[in-house]
Design a protein around this ligand. Structure first.
Ligand code: NAD
Ligand code: ZN
Length: 246
């Protein structure tokens, strides 16, 4: 990639509080399809057609088979350089927050701690009758998944289109965005709200916002710096530039 703007690296390095928002693009180099090119990979369905409460009510087996396919794909995936550099960055900043829209757990696999998972996690399963939520990494055998306690339908512990985010998790992300003096927005189309609203919070406060995305987004023209680069390339370059910055 082209060199990082020196001033941006300097400000990132000097930040008291660094905020990072990631999306599916961060996991692209790990072989996990982003939302937009998902159709071909996942049984030719649009996520909007399977990742909704309506789809689950209509056909829970289909929804579970789709999630099972995603779970299997993620089981074969490894974190890439983007995940690794973000785990390293956490050790450099005085205060650091990573909020992700991804449900694949690859940030944690790379060593990031305290990740705010805005949209849940593929390994969480929740009883629809309120028995609770638990982690299950097993390969699924029966579809749809049923709660082992009450035999009611269980559902993936992810946030579907049209559903509210976990208020506690989102509020924490919002608070961190509002106190950050610098931020990275990486691999997200920034179209899905309320997650994209975190970028508005950052911009309202004049924080330095660096966007990393090979494609333009609605925020590309208003962030401080928009790098039209792949996450893995730009973050590796950032780590190198970091050691030379004042
Ligand atoms: P998105 O698919 O809408 O956007 C992905 C963005 O990544 C695009 O703007 C694309 O240009 C960019 N991109 C592609 N390759 C990249 C790379 N190598 N480096 C950097 N950027 C790259 O995804 P989103 O913005 O995360 O939001 C859509 C929703 O889909 C989210 O709610 C998310 O939960 C869900 N989702 C999650 C995963 C996952 O967990 N990995 C995968 C697909 C979708
Ligand atoms: Zn139950």
């Amino acid at each position: 990639m082209k060199a990082w703007p020196k001033e941006a690296v300097k400000k990132l390095k000097a930040a008291h509080s660094l905020f990072v928002l990631t999306g599916a693009g961060v996991s692209a180099a790990s072989g996990i399809a982003t939302f937009r090119d998902a159709g071909g990979l996942w049984e030719n369905v649009k996520p909007e057609d399977v990742a909704t409460p309506e789809a689950f009510a209509r056909d829970p087996e289909r929804v579970w088979r789709w999630y099972d396919a995603r779970r299997r794909r993620v089981l074969q995936a490894q974190p890439n350089a983007a995940h690794r550099v973000l785990a390293w960055l956490e050790t450099q900043a005085p205060r650091f927050c990573l909020a992700t829209q991804n449900v694949d757990g690859l940030h944690q696999a790379a060593g990031s701690r305290g990740v705010l998972e805005l949209h849940g996690n593929l390994w969480l399963v929740r009883c629809t009758q309120g028995c609770g939520e638990w982690e299950d990494r097993h390969e699924l055998a029966d579809f749809p998944y049923r709660c082992p306690h009450c035999k009611a339908l269980a559902r993936p512990g992810v946030v579907w289109f049209g559903e509210a985010l976990d208020a506690g998790v989102f509020e924490k992300a919002e608070q961190e965005a509002m106190r950050a003096d610098a931020a990275l927005v990486i691999g997200t189309s920034s179209l899905v709200y309320p997650a994209a609203g975190l970028i508005d919070r950052l911009l309202e406060r004049d924080a330095l916002v660096v966007e990393i995305n090979p494609e333009k987004t609605p925020f590309s023209g208003i962030v401080t710096v928009s790098l039209r680069e792949k996450a893995e390339d730009a973050l590796e370059a950032l780590k190198k530039a970091w050691s030379f910055a004042p």
